[in-house]
Design a protein around this ligand. Structure first.
Ligand SMILES: [Zn+2]
Length: 295
């Protein structure tokens, strides 16, 4: 039985290697994506990626990889205390930011308390990660985290790139705001899912950054709050500053080295505690609570 399974996996891998040139992928499936991710990241196995049960909800990269999403619905609509959108790998060379989201996703799978409504995309920039040599940008050479349509984008993002970023190709904001399918997908997710909080995982600065209405988490695991400031076209600027939607940016300490199991778990439990407090203390929830109180 095991032998048969191994042969099947090998056959799939071989087929995948034959059909995936560096160029166009077109309609790759979630299984194709998982084979590629497991081949790239030592810390995510094929079984782990498949068991995450990602699904395709309409988002594809430039090359055609699906942006896999896993949803954890609240046990009942009444018990949900908030909606959280969690994203990893917006920058393709920040390996740990993808792997850690897979670990959290599988942790949620085994012990989901049903309090939140989670929507999780562990790898928002598959093209950047799945290149032979992983890169920060997408297949069009665009830094997705500079491509969000903040006000006056054409002037500010382009200007910033020319003057402050010295035309560094790793930070190219794109030809137009929201020009890329990956950033378009996230904008649509924000509009449709209407998260209470967005959590985006990066590396390797080793801090927690925050944009949006207060209050920020002081510390998640060993990562302490440090406000990096905002950039034209960044997700924090777009969602946090302009849409007034709290954006937590978790900057893991290393891109190529995983945090310890303990640290992965500590960041997660601190995040859950923060989210519960943050959301239950928000003015909207407070109004709901007051209204639902004894009359
Ligand atoms: Zn990053």
């Amino acid at each position: 039985m095991m032998k048969l399974l191994k042969i099947r996996i090998l056959a799939v891998l071989l087929m995948a290697n034959m059909s995936f040139a560096e160029a166009e992928i077109s309609q790759a499936t979630i299984t194709d994506l998982c084979i590629r991710v497991a081949g790239k990241l030592a810390s995510v196995t094929l079984a782990e990626c498949l068991e995450a049960e990602l699904s395709y909800n309409g988002g594809r990269s430039v090359r055609g990889f699906p942006i896999g999403v896993r949803e954890f619905s609240p046990i009942s609509e009444h018990s949900s205390i908030g909606k959280i959108l969690l994203i990893g790998g917006i920058h393709g060379d920040e390996y740990s930011s993808v792997s850690v989201v897979f670990k959290w996703l599988n942790q949620l799978k085994s012990g989901y308390n049903g309090n939140f409504h989670w929507r999780i995309a562990p790898l928002m920039n598959p093209d950047g990660l799945l290149r032979r040599k992983s890169v920060r940008v997408n297949a069009h050479g665009v830094d997705l985290n500079r491509n969000f349509p903040t006000p006056n984008w054409l002037l500010t993002a382009t200007n910033y790139w020319f003057t402050r970023a010295h035309q560094n190709p790793r930070r190219f904001p794109g030809p137009n705001p929201a020009s890329e399918p990956e950033s378009q997908w996230l904008i649509k997710e924000i509009k449709e899912f209407q998260p209470d909080v967005i959590v985006s995982v990066h590396a390797p600065i080793g801090i927690v950054d925050f944009d949006g209405p207060p209050k920020a988490p002081e510390k998640l695991g060993e990562l302490h709050l440090y406000m990096l400031g905002t950039y034209p076209g960044s997700l924090g600027n777009y969602a946090g500053v302009h849409k007034r939607l709290p954006v937590i940016t978790i900057e893991l300490a290393h891109a190529g080295i995983m945090p310890s199991k303990q640290e992965i778990s500590d960041i997660w439990s601190d995040l859950e505690v923060y989210l519960e407090k943050k959301i239950t203390d928000s003015p909207l929830q407070q109004a709901v609570k007051d209204h639902a109180g004894p009359s």
